[in-house]
Design a binder for this molecule. Structure first.
Ligand code: GTP
Ligand code: MG
Length: 137
């Protein structure tokens, strides 16, 4: 597929990095196919990250993701999922390559600035979590 899904997380929104992050996404050759600023309730955040429910950090993750506004987007580019995960860098910014979005803007492994889908299948599921068919077109 040529699509992936991203969120700019509450830390990066609160720190004023929305514009810089969208600029980097465009500069890397991604087209923004859908975009919205919104908030997740704790219940919705828990549903979005349900695959991690047995992990020790799940409670903290849900609390953080529902703590403020997020920006959700569907992005288009050849090889979108893999190329976007390269652009954002390692989950823990301490391990992220220089120039990646997480190296530049993340505070910690828990407050790591952006989400990127990990498969084509999840990109479709996650995009549909935030956007209607009309918005996704
Ligand atoms: P996402 O793009 O957000 O899915 O990150 P990822 O695919 O790089 O990592 P993963 O799916 O394994 O984990 C999901 C999210 O859980 C991460 O982005 C982190 O915000 C959070 N997380 C992962 N490991 C830890 C941890 O050890 N501590 C805390 N507090 N949060 C973690
Ligand atoms: Mg993940």
């Amino acid at each position: 597929s040529n699509r992936t899904f991203t969120m700019i997380k509450p830390d990066a929104v609160a720190n004023g990095h929305i514009g810089a992050i969208l600029e980097k996404i465009n500069a890397a050759g991604f087209r923004i196919a859908a975009l919205k600023m919104t908030r997740l309730s704790a219940e919705k955040a828990g549903e979005f990250y349900a695959v991690h429910k047995e992990r020790p950090f799940y409670g903290e993750l849900v609390e953080f993701m529902s703590s403020g506004h997020i920006v959700a987007a569907i992005l288009e580019k050849d090889n979108a999922v893999e190329d976007f995960r390269k652009l954002i860098g390692a989950t823990n910014p301490a391990n992220a390559e220089p120039g990646t979005i997480r190296k530049l803007y993340a505070e910690s492994v828990g407050r790591n600035a952006v989400h990127g889908s990990d498969s084509d299948e999840n990109a479709e599921i996650e995009g549909s979590f935030f956007f209607s068919d009309l918005e996704k077109f």
